[in-house]
Design a protein around this ligand. Structure first.
Ligand code: UDP
Length: 234
């Protein structure tokens, strides 16, 4: 199978790691997601991963807490997930490095762009924790930033829905799925596929963004080989 994208930035939401438990990490689910990642690496793709943290904590849902502190907690949650995903990938025999935007050198490498690129060139998977490293941002924006820095060919956003719809498919059975969208559509129609900061950044940097369901983890391979899956924003 030929690759459509050589260097990919895979964004895994925290939720996608929780499986049926619905929160925290379900390691069997993690392993199921890691298997197609290994297939992609074996086919010659260079894979960097940004993980979310919503299965543990989201700063914006923290109620009365100070937002900056709540976001620090959210970023730490992404590190828990990054370590879980790294462990899953290693159990499948891959070489993996975790890099965090907030230094915690006893646990992971600090984020260094050139080093991350070097790892990718050597066939290692790099898992990025802490999003952008700053409060008030999301891991979608972290994914967009890292994709730009490492010059990824695409951002693959693996989520719980199989693409972008004109209305919520859970509440509207007639909701229509888009195959393709422009960033201007996403920004003007406020489609909620990613936050506005990430969308405007990707538009400015010309980074394609493919949203698809992780319920079937093989979709990761389909996305990388250019099979029709999800919704492509570019
Ligand atoms: N976060 C942050 N800065 C970033 C990325 C993430 O402060 O650059 C915090 C924020 O509190 C966020 C939490 O980490 O709610 C988890 O990330 P996110 O909500 O993007 O995770 P996902 O929804 O993808 O699981």
């Amino acid at each position: 199978m030929a690759l459509k994208y050589k260097r990919i930035l895979l964004k895994l939401s925290g939720e996608s790691l929780a499986g049926d438990i619905g929160h925290g990490i379900d390691f069997d689910t993690v392993l199921k997601i890691c298997e197609p990642v290994k297939k992609c690496v074996d086919m010659g793709a260079e894979v960097a991963i940004v993980v979310g943290g919503g299965n543990f904590w989201r700063g914006r849902s923290s109620g009365k807490m100070d937002r900056t502190r709540a976001d620090h907690m959210g970023m730490l949650a992404t590190v828990i997930n990054a370590l879980g995903v790294a462990d899953g990938l290693e159990q499948l025999g891959l070489d993996v490095r975790v890099q965090t935007a907030i230094a915690m050198q006893e646990v992971a490498e600090p984020y260094i762009r050139n080093r991350a690129v070097r790892h990718l060139e050597k066939g290692r998977v790099v898992v990025f924790g802490c999003g952008t490293g700053n409060p008030f941002f999301s891991t979608d924006t972290g994914a967009a930033l890292r994709a730009a820095e490492i010059e990824a060919d695409v951002i693959l956003k693996a989520t719980m829905v199989d693409g972008v719809y004109d209305s919520d498919p859970k509440s509207n059975p007639d909701a229509v799925k888009f195959d393709k969208l422009t960033y201007s559509d996403v920004l003007n129609k406020n489609l909620g596929v990613m936050d506005m900061t990430a969308a405007s950044f990707c538009r400015d940097r010309n980074i394609p963004f493919l949203v698809f369901s992780i319920e079937d983890p093989e979709n990761i391979v389909r996305a990388v080989t250019g099979e029709k899956v999800g919704t492509l924003v570019e």
